[in-house]
Design a protein around this ligand. Structure first.
Ligand SMILES: O=P(O)(O)OC[C@@H](O)[C@@H](O)c1c[nH]c2ccccc12
Length: 270
């Protein structure tokens, strides 16, 4: 693994993750939830790289998100996570994302565990990772990947990325602006997600992903790129269709009433 001392109890107790705005409140709550959580890394697990492989299949792949609520929309739909996941899988999703954050996204660990048991496609743990125990949980719950947010982890992103790999997980390393992209590249991210939503203000700019993807490629990045948030129609996907490897979509699918048809319709050529 990386530096074992980086995740020692003393180091963890002295480290604080903060962020401005809406994101900051959620990060503070998650840090409180895991304050003092035990973390003893298990032996290295082989990396199956299933999440990575599914996104690298060619064309624009769909990561469909099981999302019952969000800070920007409140309640979206009282989805049964397993039924939603199976619908997405039938609709052609290459991977699934399952929220495990309980207060603002109405997610839960059990939703992730149940979905992993029910589907064949790889599953991402979607949460605000602020403690290494959250990656251990993701691996123990059967996730293939976990989200790492550069807006939260900053310079520590590389250490968390190495821990994820040590535990056998792929990581979706999320950025929003150029400064965060630089950190993700320096950390050695293999999968970079560009969020169209500014998590401080919750505002969406669908121009952000194509812009940042172009920056990443101009810097010589050859890894996978995922466009995230705010997509509702096949037309919305035009700007990333040939540039991104995948698109991450939650709210518009989850609130559609027919998740399978909505996933299929989104993937249809515009
Ligand atoms: O619901 P949308 O707009 O389709 O977005 C999905 C996903 O990108 C969004 O849920 C998300 C992106 N990054 C996050 C970080 C934490 C929580 C949620 C997210």
């Amino acid at each position: 693994m990386s530096s074992a001392s980086f995740f020692s109890p003393a180091a963890l107790a002295s480290r604080r993750y903060t962020a401005p705005g809406v994101l900051g409140r959620i990060v503070a709550e998650r840090a409180q939830d895991y304050a003092g959580a035990a973390f003893v890394p298990t032996a290295a697990r082989p990396r199956a790289r299933r999440f990575h492989a599914a996104l690298a299949a060619g064309g624009l792949q769909l990561i469909a998100e099981v999302k019952r609520a969000s800070p920007s929309q409140g309640a979206i739909a009282a989805l049964d996570p397993v039924q939603a996941a199976l619908s997405y899988q039938r609709g052609g999703a290459a991977c699934l994302s399952v929220l495990t954050e309980p207060r603002h996204f109405d997610g839960s660990p059990q939703a992730l565990i149940d979905v992993v048991a029910a589907v064949q496609v790889p599953v991402l743990r979607k949460d605000f990772v602020v403690h290494p125990a959250m990656l251990q949980e993701a691996a123990d719950w059967g996730a293939s990947a976990a989200l790492l947010m550069v807006s939260v982890l900053g310079e520590d992103t590389g250490e968390y990325l190495q821990l994820a790999h040590h535990l056998g997980l792929d990581a979706l390393v999320e950025v929003h602006d150029e400064a965060e992209l630089d950190l993700a590249l320096a950390a050695g991210a293999e999968i970079i997600g560009v969020n169209n939503r500014d998590l401080r203000t919750l505002e969406i700019d669908l121009g952000n992903s194509p812009r940042m993807i172009a920056h990443a490629r101009a810097r010589g990045y050859e890894g996978l790129l995922v466009a995230e948030s705010g997509y509702r129609t096949p037309q919305d996907l035009q700007s990333v269709r040939s540039a991104a490897d995948a698109v991450l979509v939650g709210s518009s699918l989850a609130g559609s009433g027919d998740l399978e048809a909505a996933a299929r319709a989104l993937l249809a050529p515009a």
